[in-house]
Ligand binder design. Structure first.
Ligand SMILES: [Zn+2]
Length: 210
């Protein structure tokens, strides 16, 4: 009976696309130590990432005007993270509880993780994350002596829950804007590129004044 209009769909309770919003992203909180781990199926593919710019939001670098206006693009990296239920010092509470989050972070955090990984491979070590600046997500990362989620009793369950979050991360790292949309965002829609020859030559002005 209900006839769909243009761009409108009709459905019952079988619409899989309506999921009640996006996942809450992992963020370090000041004064709190979180015990976490990076969830992975392949240690060589723990992360997803791409080069982005930021203006009002993160958007994929198209290697053009975006770089001229915003400067060099920077990596933005994502992974699925498991956060255990702990006390404020990051010690796991019993019974064990955990939640999975998408974690999307900057080059600096990746470099820190890489540093820890070189001594304590993050495939087999949890990490404790503390936050020195919430707004900019400046994080301190120290390794734990072992990994909790990789224990046989947990591993499959965690990996199953991680799957949709991983898919979300791959899309959620940055907006894939068209060149036109980027120009709009950067306020260059008319592309009225200033003619460099019309630039006021200050030296010649001063010469004339002398
Ligand atoms: Zn760019």
């Amino acid at each position: 009976m209900a006839e769909a209009g243009k761009g409108i769909e009709t459905f019952g309770f079988d619409n899989e696309e309506i999921r009640g919003g996006i996942y809450e992203k992992f963020k370090g909180k000041k004064g709190q130590i979180d015990r976490c781990a990076i969830v992975y199926t392949d240690p060589k593919a723990m992360f997803a990432g791409t080069k982005v710019h930021f203006k009002e939001r993160f958007f994929l670098c198209k290697k053009g005007k975006c770089c001229e206006v915003c400067g060099p693009a920077k990596w933005r990296v994502g992974s699925v993270i498991v956060k255990y239920g702990t006390d404020k010092q990051g010690n796991p509470k019993k019974p064990l509880a955990y939640e999975l989050y998408p974690w999307i972070f900057s080059e600096q955090t990746y470099i820190k993780l890489k540093g820890v990984n070189s001594e304590f491979p993050l495939a087999t070590h949890d990490i404790k994350i503390s936050c020195t600046n919430e707004e900019y997500q400046h994080l301190d990362i120290v390794p734990c002596s072992e990994s909790i989620w990789t224990h046989e009793s947990l591993r499959d369950q965690v990996l199953t829950s991680a799957k949709p979050i991983w898919e979300y991360i791959k899309k959620g790292i940055a907006s894939d804007l068209s060149v036109e949309e980027i120009n709009d965002l950067l306020g260059m829609s008319q592309a009225a590129s200033a003619d460099p020859t019309s630039k006021l030559d200050l030296d010649s002005v001063l010469d004339k004044m002398a």
